[in-house]
Design a protein around this ligand. Structure first.
Ligand code: PEP
Length: 248
């Protein structure tokens, strides 16, 4: 039985008020996670002490130490008890030119340390317009998940069409469901049916309190990775509340 997960990716921003989020996580039967910038992790962990909200990181390096100026070791995250980590967000792929191979190394490292990586996949607008959206996502999954054998239960997938991120253009619930079902099918080719039926697959791309309900109603959409709308505590709490209602 998959449980709804509502996750907030703050990118290079900080939420205005975390209290409504902690309250909503307490009052609703739903998993909640937030992903602050690295330098705020400790502060947010302290502010959320005793709450049900999980605090994760937006990225990590695939090595544990070494000459990698500006990078963050997964070991540093674990020292703070941060186990959830977003891997291969579209901004990492497209703005910072992270390759599928680099993303694969990060996935392997995170799982070897028993962390919970959220692997982001999604097609660009031109790939969708030229009907290459499925092959693009298939390729990202094959490389991102290839060669992984351990801790499969820790893996979370986020389908985030690049054209929908930060644009206000959400995928329609039907289009999103079509891709989620395709993704689950690909996971079953890679890891088998049982693993695929248990794996959480989030949708991300301009999710807000108005569109989240229709997305979460779909069979293969198990939650949302929310960017912009996770920065206002009240709005994000509303999304969590809707997630809790969908879960029942
Ligand atoms: C994201 O950052 O993963 C995201 C989906 O952003 P937004 O909700 O703002 O589109």
């Amino acid at each position: 039985m998959r449980r709804i997960l509502i996750a907030g990716n703050w990118k290079m921003n900080v939420i205005d008020n975390i209290l409504p989020v902690a309250r909503a996580a307490e009052e609703n039967r739903v998993d909640v996670a937030v992903f602050p910038p690295f330098v705020y992790l400790e502060r947010i962990i302290n502010e959320l002490k005793g709450s049900k909200v999980v605090v994760g990181a937006q990225n990590m390096h695939h090595q544990e130490s070494g000459p990698y100026t500006g990078e963050t070791s997964p070991k540093f995250l674990l020292e703070m008890n941060v186990k959830h980590v977003i891997i291969g967000h579209s901004e990492r792929r497209h703005v910072f030119k992270e390759s599928d191979e680099e993303i694969s190394l990060k996935m392997k490292k995170a799982l070897s340390l028993n962390m919970n990586p959220i692997l982001c996949v999604g097609e660009t607008e031109s790939e969708r317009l030229s009907n290459k959206h499925k092959s693009s996502v298939e390729n990202q999954l094959k490389i991102g998940l290839g060669g992984i054998e351990n801790n499969l239960k820790n893996i979370i997938i986020a389908y985030e069409p690049v054209w929908a991120i930060g644009t206000g253009n959400t995928a329609t619930p039907n289009d999103a469901e079509e891709m989620h079902s395709f993704i689950r099918e690909q996971i079953s080719y890679i890891f088998g049916r049982n693993v695929a039926s248990e794996m959480i697959v989030l949708y991300g791309g301009s999710v807000n309190e108005e569109n989240v309900k229709d997305l979460l109603r779909k069979d293969n959409i198990d939650g949302a990775l929310v960017g912009g709308a996770s920065l206002k505590g009240d709005k994000f709490a509303k999304i969590i509340e809707i997630g809790g209602k969908t879960n029942i």
